[in-house]
Design a protein. Structure first.
Length: 282
């Protein structure tokens, strides 16, 4: 079901408000134009899901966080990430995009996050990594919204991975003790980590997820066959920060930004049927 107005309680932008300000003298054409804008605004809350063709690779990228491997050069970027609520919200401040590849053993994921202040604090596996700025991977192979996988990484490379038997609105549970079997991942910082004295260019993520990690979670073929379609999404959490005595911290009381590949239309990543379609190519 589509929620065109989303869940965020945010004021109507003044420019839009002015556009609809009542005037009994407005000609019919202007009212029709207003109706058209309203219709577009409604539809923007129900944006179509993104899609991507994940190409097969003969050679595996080296999982070191750097995306300069030859296989990645041949893979297309996803569309730039947008606000989780979609086009009705402002374009994200910093660019984020991803790539995917596959072979008989692994699904490979790469992400590039533009970021002038690369910082992270959490170091233990399965800490709540989205309390730092992070990159998040969501995979539901069969798209049935059950038994799906979430992986979060921060710029230290700390992993928070969990298995969701069902969505939170379907009462979960989310099993954080579950670790992706055989997961390989790395991050690389293009700049300096936790050093606010300079301006960084960003950080990148590289992950290899073995197909066997999904055994027991789905009845789809592992590895997939060319033409198979899996439901996936990617998200980036970005907090407002402040700097005291050379150290970063979150601005207290401020909500996070959520920038995603396939817009959800509301502030909730756990609506798998709004994730994107990833088709496996030859
Ligand atoms: Ca690499
Ligand atoms: Ca599933
Ligand atoms: Ca875990
Ligand atoms: Ca820095």
């Amino acid at each position: 079901m589509c929620h065109p107005l989303g869940t965020g309680v945010r004021p109507m932008p003044s420019a839009i408000y002015r556009h609809f300000h009542y005037s009994p003298y407005r000609p019919l054409g202007a009212w029709l134009a207003c109706l058209a804008v309203l219709t577009i605004a409604f539809l923007c809350g129900c944006e179509s899901r993104r899609s991507y063709e994940c190409m097969r690779t003969e050679s595996a990228p080296e999982i070191d966080g750097r995306l300069d491997d030859t296989p990645w050069q041949r893979a297309a970027w996803t569309a730039d990430f947008v606000d989780i609520e979609g086009a009705k919200r402002p374009t994200p401040t910093y660019r984020t995009r991803a790539k995917m590849l596959w072979d008989d053993q692994y699904l490979y994921i790469a992400a590039e996050l533009e970021e002038p202040h690369v910082w992270a604090t959490l170091r233990e596996r399965d800490e709540i990594v989205f309390n730092d700025n992070d990159f998040e991977i969501f995979i539901d192979p069969d798209g049935d919204t059950e038994n799906y996988v979430e992986i979060e990484l921060n710029a230290l490379g700390t992993i928070f991975d969990l298995l969701l038997k069902r969505t939170y609105r379907d009462k979960g549970p989310a099993i954080r003790e579950w670790n992706v079997p055989g997961l390989r991942s790395a991050v690389a910082v293009d700049g300096t980590l936790n050093d606010p004295s300079d301006r960084d260019r960003g950080w990148s993520v590289e992950a290899a997820i073995p197909w066997q990690a999904f055994e027991g979670l789905t009845s789809v073929k592992l590895p997939p066959e060319a033409g198979d379609v899996w439901r996936m999404n990617f998200s980036r959490v970005e907090w407002e920060h402040e700097i005291h005595q050379g150290k970063y911290s979150r601005v207290p009381g401020r909500p996070e930004n959520n920038w995603v590949w396939s817009p959800q239309g509301l502030i909730d990543m756990h609506v798998p049927n709004r994730w994107g379609d990833v088709t496996f190519g030859d």
